[in-house]
Design a protein around this ligand. Sequence first.
Ligand code: ATP
Ligand code: MG
Ligand code: MG
Ligand code: MG
Length: 462
Amino acid sequence: LKRTKISEALRLTNFGEEVNVKGWVRTRRGNKNVGFVALNDGSTINNIQIVIDIANFGEELLRPVTTGACISVNGELVESQGKGQSVEIRATEIEVYGSADPATYPLQKKGHSLEFLREIAHLRPRTNTFGAIFRMRHHMSYAIHKYFNDRGFYYFHTPIITASDAEGAGSMFEVSTLDIENPPRNKEGKVDFSQDFFGRQTNLTVSGQLEGELGAMALGAIYTFGPTFRAENSNTPRHLAEFWMIEPEMAFYDIHDNMDLAEDFLKYLIRYALEHCREDIEFLAKMYDEELTDRLNFVVENDFVRLTYTEGVKILEESGQKFEFPVHWGTDLQSEHERYLVEKHFKRPVILTDYPREIKSFYMKQNDDGKTVRAMDVLFPKIGEIIGGSEREADYDKLMNRVEETGMHTEPIWWYLETRKFGTAPHSGFGLGFERLMLFITGMANIRDVIPFPRTPNNADF
Ligand code: ATP
Ligand code: MG
Ligand code: MG
Ligand code: MG
């Protein structure tokens, strides 16, 4: 008998026929004569009910059928008497693949705190909450590829181990094969990286952008979608040390084309979630965030507000709000400022442009005012910055000026700088943090709860 996934079994109507389902027991209840098992196999938020006539099996065989156990059930598909579910299975054969000792299985009762579940990251995918979130991660990953594929963008694979640092030093994880206790040293006593595996100092990538730009300047439009690493030493609900980033990069796009793409992309993804993850979103909304569905619909249906950083700062200064970090022209905005603009002032997503060049990266196109660059940050309710992007500086001399001003080492990015000498082109791109998107569409409050294995300070156990 071939296995039927529970998501499909719940939709069957061929009552009286025999089916097989396999999965993990969520609950078992009943009395001496009849047992009821709620079984889940991860294919849906819903469980299927297994009805067991105890006399047919005997206590002995049924003893290991407890919460957490993995079982295979053959049985007759019957129309359910109870409310809600339309079908259940009257068991004829039960095989226990793996029991789960009730004295030690941690997911015994329902309603564990999210904090507790983070301590059992190896088992939390078996809960309704994390089942829903991880199914949604899958669907959104697929939607991202579909969006770009349908629009002629190529998926371009950028390296994880690099010698460059797109966003400035201080937040990189070094990669090394040297003996950390006793590394080789040169005459000055410094660690001699020429003896390292790559013959030089390397680190885990903080962004695929620089390499992505090369792709755009050959293939026209590309995107990356992979893990990026930042040794963020602050503990916030919005930062991970290992997160996934989507970075499209397009030749012949200016900042306005870039903003149009970012807005369309985000709306597409949210619409996709509403259409393809309805049951999971409804569950999460009920559990954690009653306004979730309304908020998602609102973002899809309304234009984002676009204004400059300078205008945004003016609004913040005149707001009379007491912020933890005071704002004035030149400060990098904190999420409290971003959320004020979005949630209180405009009540819509906001795209801020033309930031002071001192607080943005060297590669952003410089405006004629000599003070600002063509940056754009997309700001979302409950999140703050969800996307950071810009039109890139395509002019070799201007780019080199900026590199020199910021005191960057040119050697690790010589290849990047050279693209401005050989057929340079106007181009733009942005980075969307995948987990920030997941926070938004799941309504969860902490980024640790939207990735299977969160990496944060002092947390890499599993
Ligand atoms: P923030 O201001 O929130 O620290 P950032 O400006 O440092 O973000 P960028 O370098 O612009 O981030 O990266 C692009 C996008 O990647 C951000 O808009 C955000 O969605 C996401 N992102 C950045 N850092 C992290 C992180 N540590 N964890 C999860 N997502 C991140
Ligand atoms: Mg940051
Ligand atoms: Mg930022
Ligand atoms: Mg940014």
